[in-house]
Ligand binder design. Structure first.
Ligand code: BGC
Length: 770
């Protein structure tokens, strides 16, 4: 390869935004300024391969280098459904968002979903799916929480590994993202994230470590943010020492779109591919090599990694894609996957499942009943053919939604949509997503009339969020509006007066406030954003066709202020300083006050904080109700002395009257020590098979030395301290029904790591736990 070709290969071929339904082109095509006809022709040709894909690498057919097509995203493939010159449609399946999959606690299910996602990538001609996204849900308000799995790194890592294994079983790649500590959208392109090494290792890197070791993704996407003063995409510690030398990652690292600032540093750090790429960046690489700033052998190393992945891609292998994945089959997978992750939060007097003999006529309230939200906005969105609304789901399930009410809602939504215009969030606008519109006012009279005419009320509360903007702790977002609360109150009262039930469905992507209104309805079902079969999945649970088995992989706090991160989210401007930082497009720099966020809560994220400091919550980590009951018994350890590992055996029995599955969570409490540790940490989990009433299943969990250890920053090692360890299990992180104890007699040095990689600068030395 010539130097020019090498430079062209490490820089992506650019991106063209085609705003759906709009004549506006928000950015000029930078290719217009390039006068190399061979290159521009090549780029124009490859961009047509898969319209709507996020990025393409350069191709040099003469020397056998094929392009790699990289396309989003975490809830399924995101491509344009229409193509120039074709009347056909190219829809993809909108699978349940990551938060739903995590609430299923079922890695086999996640793998099945991954297989189906990967099949669509393969059959539409993609090479790498830009997913899964596994950042920690550090704060309830991160706009992209819906794309991420959990506040816990074990679930995040295991789920991500399962998705990667599923997708890659098709012979296409993945890009686990956003590496690392990308936990907010506010100033996402330049925020300096200040974190202790221990919190990085135990919380923010842990999921990535699991995913790399258990699934070897073809690529890793470096994050936008800085970690302790250095851009993630420019960090040699992160991308080479930790990712490759410690964890054994073999693929290539690609930047997030427009991430970082210094191309030479990125190349040296081991960030092999720059996306989406700009022609002037090709020039910069050539100049850097020619001036000696960048050694050509560094470029060669990066090229080799990009080409090694290329050799595995379907495009290189000349796979003839059908353009026709089996969307019908995938819709079935979606419908079932969503039911496994839906969480039953409240169920007064066994209001659910519905008695289908006595419940036929349904009054559905709330805009979201009619425009159910299948997924979030931004690059995590999917262009699906349809979303089954709750109303359609009810009809499919044999119910009769009230027609007058349906008509009123349809008219209201149409009117509000016309008034709303284009989305306020730039990325949502760019990628063609919808934002929810304001609620229809339900008067007590309407509520009473509906209660007389119908058998059941369903009230859907919808919230959407997406890339580029964080949520807010205000009414209409984290908190319900007065109108919404009034609707829940009036409708519930009216129906309850008639001896009828009112059920609230939460169609949300991340936690909201529930305590001030949760005792009003008869039941609350957390449907999340369940993918395109939404209404059908929800109705499968309402009717009891499927017994709910989802449990929370994120805590629902009582108020936003209860979050351990509330006073440090989304950070602050560093007053008195003006610096060169990234502008919002990600493509150029501007002078402004830099932004930083301090992870003062350290390792005490989510339940590690609430449970340790006994802070009451609305719904704890691991919580979720069922239509049946389970008994935990016969916990047995293989040994009371820990040597290399200990095996736990446990019996779970369905003691109720309906078939169901149970999520089994194993927590560990470490011995008292000088080192601050959470009162408990999730170390293993599993989900039972479908247990019939009276049926039992024996589960086995193997605990390794790594499960016992914490990260010792001074020594740069994972260390297990001697003493008595307590294993706890039960239906949630605070409902413990079985415990067992084992001992470790002397300290174990479990694993070596790079000392002081990514450590905060001197002035941040005070950053310690709590
Ligand atoms: C997002 C990534 C995404 C990429 C390509 C970025 O804005 O942060 O998650 O994969 O765009 O669409």
């Amino acid at each position: 390869m010539t130097l020019k070709q090498k430079a062209q290969l490490v820089i992506g071929t650019g991106i063209i935004f085609d705003v759906p339904g709009s004549a506006e082109a928000p950015f000029e095509d930078p290719l217009k300024k390039v006068d190399d006809a061979t290159y521009t022709d090549m780029v124009r040709t490859i961009r047509k391969i898969l319209p709507g894909a996020a990025g393409f690498t350069a191709a040099f057919p003469d020397i056998g280098v094929t392009t790699q097509v990289l396309a989003d995203g975490p809830a399924g493939l995101r491509i344009s459904p229409k193509r120039e010159g074709s009347n056909e449609t190219f829809f993809c399946t909108a699978f349940p968002i990551a938060t739903v999959l995590a609430s299923s606690w079922d890695t086999k299910l996640a793998e099945e979903v991954g297989k189906a996602m990967g099949k669509e990538v393969l059959e539409y001609g993609g090479d790498v799916l830009l997913a899964p996204a596994l950042n920690i849900q550090r704060d309830s308000l991160c706009g992209r929480n819906f794309e991420y799995y959990s506040e816990d790194p074990l679930i995040s890592g295991k789920m991500a590994a399962a998705i990667v294994n599923g997708v890659q079983s098709n012979g296409v790649g993945t890009s686990i993202k956003h590496f690392a500590a990308n936990n907010q959208e506010t100033n996402r392109l330049s925020v300096n994230t200040v974190i202790s090494e221990r919190a990085l290792r135990e919380i923010y890197l842990r999921g990535f470590e699991i995913a790399v070791k258990e699934s070897q993704p073809w690529t890793v996407m470096s994050a936008y943010n800085k970690i302790n003063e250095q851009y993630a995409s420019e960090s040699h510690d992160l991308l080479t020492k930790i990712l490759r030398d410690e964890w054994g990652f073999e693929g290539y690292v690609v930047t997030d779109w427009g991430a970082g600032n210094d191309l030479v540093k990125q190349m040296q750090a081991g960030n092999d591919l720059i996306m989406p790429g700009q022609p002037h960046q090709v020039e910069s690489i050539i100049e850097a090599v020619e001036s000696g700033l960048l050694e050509e052998k560094v470029l060669d190393r990066n090229i080799k990694r990009i080409l090694s992945v290329m050799l595995k891609t379907p495009r290189y292998k000349s796979y003839k894609c059908s353009q026709k994945p089996d969307l019908g089959k995938h819709a079935q997978i979606t419908r079932q996957a969503a039911t496994d992750g839906i969480v039953l939060l409240e169920n007064q007097n066994n209001a659910l499942p519905l008695d289908s003999g006595r419940t036929r006529k349904v009054a559905a309230f709330g805009n979201a009943s009619y425009e159910f939200i299948s997924g979030g906005t931004g690059s995590g969105d999917v262009n699906e053919a349809y979303t089954i609304s709750l109303i359609e789901g009810l009809k499919n399930g044999g119910f009769e939604p009230n027609e007058n009410l349906s008509l009123t809602y349809d008219q209201h939504i149409t009117k509000m949509r016309q008034q709303a215009g284009k989305p306020k969030n730039f990325i949502t606008f760019l990628l063609g997503g919808k934002e929810p519109v304001s609620e229809l006012e339900i008067t007590p009279e309407i509520a009473r009339k509906m209660a007389l005419e119908n058998d059941l009320a369903i009230i859907t509360i919808g919230r959407n969020s997406g890339e580029g903007v964080d949520r807010e702790a205000i009414e209409g977002d984290f908190y319900l509006t007065q109108k919404e609360k009034q609707m829940i109150r009036d409708v519930s009262e009216a129906f309850q007066q008639q001896n009828k039930k009112a059920i609230v469905i939460l169609n949300i992507g991340a936690p909201i406030e529930t305590v001030s209104w949760r005792n009003l309805p008869d039941a609350i079902l957390l449907a999340w954003h369940p993918g395109q079969e939404a209404g059908n999945s929800v109705v499968d649970i309402l009717t009891g066709k499927v017994t709910p088995s989802g449990k929370l992989a994120v805590t629902f706090p009582i108020t936003y202020e209860d979050c351990p991160t509330a006073s440090n989210f989304p950070g602050h401007a560093i007053e008195g300083v003006v610096d060169e930082t990234k502008d919002l497009s990600g493509f150029s720099m501007m002078k402004r006050t830099p932004w930083e966020v301090i992870y003062q809560e350290d390792i005490f994220v989510g339940y590690r904080y609430y449970n340790t400091f006994e802070v009451p919550v609305a719904y704890e980590f691991g919580y979720g109700l069922s239509y049946t009951t389970f008994d935990y018994s016969e916990i047995k350890l293989s040994s009371y002395d820990f040597k290399e590992h200990v095996t736990i055996n446990l019996n779970i029995k369905n003691t109720g009257i309906t078939a169901g599955r149970e999520v089994v969570q194993i927590y560990l409490t470490s011995p008292e020590s000088q080192i601050k540790k959470p009162v408990m940490e999730l170390i293993q989990f599993a989900k039972t098979k479908l247990l019939q009433p009276g049926e039992s299943e024996k589960l086995t969990f193997k605990i390794s030395a790594r499960d016992l250890s914490y990260f010792n920053t001074e020594r740069g090692k994972w260390v297990a301290e001697p003493g008595e360890y307590k294993v706890r299990t039960g239906p949630s992180s605070i409902k413990v029904t079985q415990t067992a104890v084992f001992s470790l007699h002397k300290e174990l040095k479990v694993e070596d790591a790079t000392k002081h990689a990514l450590s905060p600068s001197q002035k941040r030395d005070s950053l310690t736990c709590g």
